[in-house]
Design a protein around this ligand. Sequence first.
Ligand SMILES: [Zn+2]
Length: 241
Amino acid sequence: MNTNSYLQLGTVEALVVRKPVKNLHLSVLPPNGWVRVTAPESMKDDAIRTLLALRLPWIKKQQVKFACQERQTQRDYLTGESHYFFGKQYRLKLVYKDEVPAVFLKGKNKIVLQVRPGSSVAKRQQVMVDWYRKALHKVVADLMVKWQKKIGVEAKCWGIKQMKTRWGTCNHKQARILINLELAKKPIACIEYVIVHELIHIVEKNHNDNFTALLTGHMPKWKSLKEELNRFILSHEEWKH
Ligand SMILES: [Zn+2]
């Protein structure tokens, strides 16, 4: 999503998305309090910066709120915790066994995390993250094959990366795509939307009418998938400029 840029204001980093809108729209996103600004295409960076500065107290307040929520839902990778996997909620079952660590699904709603006795929270997290990465890699690989063929484009390379504010990125010139590791928690249809979106960027750099037409042509329901991906936006306000 490469028409985006970043503005730094003290300790606050804001993702700025230019769109044909009339007003500036500010969101503080859970779970980490990332700041996103949707701004009119003609608005200068300085003007955005000034408006952001005025809203800093509000932004900080939202970030503190999310930080508190984050602590409450902090994962220790213990039995009984709830974890998402491809859009579905599972209960974690922690099993200690003196064997190579493993993660697997059991029954309808269990994720079994098997680690060696005495494994730390960090180790348990690492085992889970590796599992998520492997599972997502497999899904993305299949979808890449399917959609490169359908759209008629070729990504030079792609990878999976933990990212802060974007579900995916595409380097238009080099045809390189990155997919956010967090997508392993989202429904496969949403992952598919991100892949189609980024693949179209190989032929169309900007989010213009051509881009939207291509996207709609290949994936008529992309809007509802995008909404589903971003529906956890809890905190936002609209302001005039
Ligand atoms: Zn994009």
